[in-house]
Design a protein around this ligand. Structure first.
Ligand code: NAG
Ligand code: CU
Length: 234
């Protein structure tokens, strides 16, 4: 009995946030990480994160991959194929979904630093009511998954793929939830994004960016642009 109580006391507090916990590529499921106790050599493609507490500032080092630095394996995906990220839980319905990639030469040495991140997909707001459920994160709330196509003509190679939910339900209090996985893209494409599409993470937007510092309850704004560069479609 005491033993059980001790175990319960040690269980991490699970609050109402969420993280990508697995990925589906071509009907095959690849394990992600489910938190909160990193397992050495777990056969997962996702970089293990310490927790899914919200990141509140764009300059936080955890913005890169939520603090995850490496994973033992990667998944292979063809250019033009879809990757579906799966969340075990997600509770917020205002704010965009953004999906990013970053080229790696070797996964072990791939730290996500430098101006090499680019967006491949995003959904912000549709309609003109910010205080609505017409947001990318509402799709994740509804389906607990989100599919993106790897650009058809992208140069093959190793990449990090970073799924980011930006929750805007608290006025002027952005909450970022990013996680990364390791993928090896196959194909014969040659396209690489030009400089205008590339940015650093952390640092892809200012904290004062109108897509970051938002009061969705103010009733003044009628449009919303997700922060960061435009989506690159190769
Ligand atoms: C593939 O992803 C795109 C978004 O990039 C989506 O529109 C499409 O429905 C997805 N296809 C499948 C079969 O999931
Ligand atoms: Cu939350």
């Amino acid at each position: 009995m005491l033993f059980i109580l001790a175990l319960l006391a040690a269980a991490p507090l699970v609050s109402a946030h969420g993280a990508v916990t697995s990925y589906i590529i071509g009907g095959k499921e690849y394990l992600g990480y489910e938190g909160f106790s990193p397992v050495p050599n777990a056969q997962i493609i996702q970089r293990q994160w310490p927790d899914y507490n919200p990141i509140m500032t764009v300059s936080d080092a955890k913005m890169t991959c939520n603090g995850g630095t490496s994973a033992p394996i990667s998944a292979t995906i063809a250019a033009g194929e879809n990757i579906t990220a799966v969340w075990k839980q997600w509770t917020h319905q205002q704010g965009p979904v953004m999906v990013w990639m970053y080229p790696c030469s070797d996964f072990n040495a791939c730290d996500g630093k430098g101006k090499n991140w680019f967006k491949i997909d995003q959904v912000g707001l549709w309609g003109d009511v910010l205080n609505s459920n017409n947001w990318g994160t509402a799709l994740v709330y509804k389906d607990l998954k989100y599919s993106s196509q790897i650009p058809k003509n992208i140069k093959p190679g190793k990449y990090l793929i970073r799924h980011e939910l930006l929750a805007l339900h608290q006025a002027n209090t952005p909450q970022f939830y990013p996680e990364c996985a390791q993928i090896e893209v196959t194909g014969s494409g040659t396209a690489v994004p030009s400089g205008a599409f590339l940015t650093s993470i952390p640092g892809y937007a200012a904290q004062s960016d109108p897509g970051v510092m938002v009061d969705i309850y103010m009733g003044k704004a009628t449009t919303y642009t997700p922060p960061g560069p435009a989506v690159w479609t190769a």
